[in-house]
Write a protein that binds this ligand. Structure first.
Ligand code: SF4
Length: 231
């Protein structure tokens, strides 16, 4: 990685870190959602900014309707989950939310008896995937924004069929930006007095949707996502 690329990643990381560290000055759900939305915007804007000077070495294979990566367990963070739950509550019908919560519940029941290794190899559609599309695409977590591949067939084989550790070759810039932003968020939240452990998306979303006061409780320091922590 060139020094200039590292500088860009450091700048993005410190921008989100500084914003997150200010949370105690405005401890509100609106600020939680704004921080997560800001991180997503920085991610997408950063990728677009770097694309012309650091283009992918091959054509990216991802297209609408290709959903192999949405069958992996998704590891995410508290801010992204709280924003996603807020987005769903604001834009889904009560029936759609009930259906989504039932899907999440079924997935959690299937995963509950699995050991750590089996959980990593678990392959099933994300509860937000419907007819090959993410129904919360605008509010999807950073990792979903980062994931890409040069070879859809490799995704199909490695993710859907092999069921073990996978190696997908893709455009590294989105992953690098996503990683830098996640690091910055964790550091900033730590400065603000919050410990943000990696979360299983489906489990954490189920928790956040079950509690209309999820953001307030998280801001008050309650470990509402304890059951969704990745071991
Ligand atoms: S949140 Fe959306 S993009 Fe991410 S895995 Fe689920 S369906 Fe796919």
């Amino acid at each position: 990685m060139s020094t200039s690329m590292k500088d860009v990643l450091d700048q993005l990381s410190s921008a989100i870190r500084d914003s997150c560290s200010q949370l105690p000055q405005n401890r509100s759900p609106a600020m939680v959602y704004a921080l997560a939305e800001g991180a997503a915007d920085i991610h997408d804007g950063g990728v677009l900014h770097l694309l012309p000077s650091l283009p992918p070495e091959r054509e990216i294979a991802c297209t609408a309707g290709c959903d192999h990566c949405c069958h992996l367990p998704v590891v995410t963070d508290s801010l992204s989950v709280l924003r996603l739950a807020h987005y769903i509550r604001s834009s889904f019908s009560p029936e759609a939310i009930a259906t989504l919560r039932a899907r999440i519940q079924a997935r959690r029941a299937q995963m509950a008896p699995l050991d750590r290794s089996a959980k990593r190899r678990f392959r099933q559609a994300c509860p937000l995937l419907q007819d090959g599309q993410c129904v919360a695409y605008d509010a999807r977590p950073l990792i979903c924004r980062s994931f890409n591949s040069f070879d859809a067939e490799a995704c199909r084989q490695e993710i859907r069929e092999t069921g073990v550790d996978y190696q997908i070759d893709g455009y590294p810039i989105p992953f690098a930006i996503g990683g830098a932003l996640t690091r910055g968020m964790v550091e900033g939240l730590e400065r603000a007095g919050y410990e943000d452990a990696p979360l299983d998306l489906a489990a954490a979303l189920g928790i956040a949707l079950a509690r209309p006061d999820a953001a307030e409780a998280w801001l008050a320091g309650e470990d509402i996502f304890a059951d969704a922590h990745i071991d």
